[in-house]
Design a binder for this molecule. Structure first.
Ligand SMILES: [Zn+2]
Length: 388
């Protein structure tokens, strides 16, 4: 039936007065615990009432992701692909006194022959260390793959990459590591120090036919090849999102999508894994499949975010190189945004672009970002020849 039985054991929680747990939907049932449990809709106020306490509940793992009939959390007799946030609700803690230092561990009890893969640090005793930056009460994060799975691990440029593959997923793991071996070092030069760990979860139908990023981890459907028919790469696109040290605001969404998709084409090209002709072909497909004539800062249309935005990124890259005689490029703008961190907006992006270019790109933004005009074709022809 695909049920997870979740059991919290808490010890020495004298500093905690109460928990407020916010469940996402109705998939959690049979909630029991020590102390007092009071429900307000999907919110549970739990007063453990003692230094030792426990809470248990059951979660139906399967969750459909509209549109269509695919899932972003699914259990089969052989494997389970899900995210920690499906098993652990949003948690707010009311502390009684000053500073509390929590030490949390996650342990799975699995059928015989099953293994686990998580985005958390594995400990020698088979548990996982649970750490949530900036939180006093830590909660497990990221994607999980459990079952009769295969796990592959490589450290590339300081990043420990684990690829976890469910039975029936045809992912070319060696090919992925070859690509990452060439491109992760390039990303370090753009986004800075990588996250401590990266988990890639690969599973077959009926999982979501695309990529979904999480904390220090992402899912990509096993049928998605390393190079998509449009020459871009979902495994680099999602990696960019997991790594990006900034959070896009509503009007910065096109920037983060545009950068993730543009670099998923540009990095393999720079690494010598795409010919100049294939790179230019990828740019031409961005133009063909783009949605033009709409304001990129406001649109939610996938064709605009996944095709128009990355082509505009290429145009910006090209223009910065042109006006600086090849001394600066889009990387310089992204590097300064990554260094700043915080919230990514259209305004902060324009500022970083102007700084990299040493001139005001506002008129160019007006045409190609706000009015959504396609960039001129000549940039693409030029660029196949530009040395990177
Ligand atoms: Zn994306």
């Amino acid at each position: 039936m695909g049920l997870a039985h979740v059991h919290w054991l808490l010890a020495g929680i004298d500093e905690i007065a109460a928990f407020r747990l916010v469940f996402r939907d109705d998939r959690t049932t049979d909630v029991r615990g020590t102390g007092r449990l009071v429900w307000h809709g999907r919110t549970l106020v739990w007063t453990p009432g003692g230094p030792y306490a426990h809470l248990r509940y059951t979660v139906a793992i399967n969750r459909q992701r509209p549109p269509g009939t695919h899932f972003d959390s699914y259990a089969t007799p052989d494997w389970i692909a899900t995210r920690a946030l499906h098993l652990f609700p949003e948690i707010n803690v009311r502390f009684r006194t000053g500073v509390a230092a929590a030490r949390a561990r996650l342990r799975f009890r699995l059928p015989r022959g099953w293994h686990s893969a998580t985005a958390l640090a594995a400990l020698p005793d088979g548990t996982y260390l649970v750490e949530e930056p900036g939180k006093r009460f830590d909660r497990p994060r990221g994607w999980l793959l459990l079952g009769r799975i295969a796990r592959y691990r490589h450290t590339i440029a300081g990043l420990e990459v684990t690829v976890a593959v469910a039975p029936g997923s045809p992912l070319d793991v060696r090919g992925l590591f070859r690509l990452y071996g060439k491109t992760i070092p390039l990303l370090v030069g753009i986004l800075g120090a990588p996250p401590p760990r990266l988990l890639i979860v690969s599973a077959p139908d009926p999982m979501w036919h695309g990529g979904l990023s999480g904390e220090d981890s992402f899912f990509v459907h096993g049928r998605i090849p390393i190079r998509s028919p449009d020459k871009t790469c979902s495994y680099l696109h999602e990696l960019f999102h997991v790594w990006q040290p900034f959070h896009p605001s509503a009007d910065g969404r096109w920037v983060s999508e545009g950068l993730a998709e543009y670099y998923s084409l540009a990095l393999p090209y720079r690494a010598g894994r795409l010919s100049p002709q294939t790179f230019v072909r990828g740019l031409a497909l961005f133009e063909r499949y783009g949605r033009w004539g709409s304001d990129l800062t406001r649109t939610r249309v996938p064709a605009a975010l996944n095709n128009s935005a990355p082509l505009v990124m290429h145009w910006l890259d090209h223009e910065i190189r042109r006006v600086t005689d090849g001394h600066r490029c889009l990387d310089d703008a992204v590097r300064s945004l990554a260094h700043e961190g915080g919230t990514l907006t259209t305004a902060s992006f324009l500022r970083a672009i102007n700084q990299a270019a040493g001139r005001d790109f506002t008129p160019l933004f007006r045409r190609h970002v706000y009015r959504g005009e396609p960039p001129p074709e000549r940039a693409r022809e030029d660029d196949a020849g530009v040395g990177h």
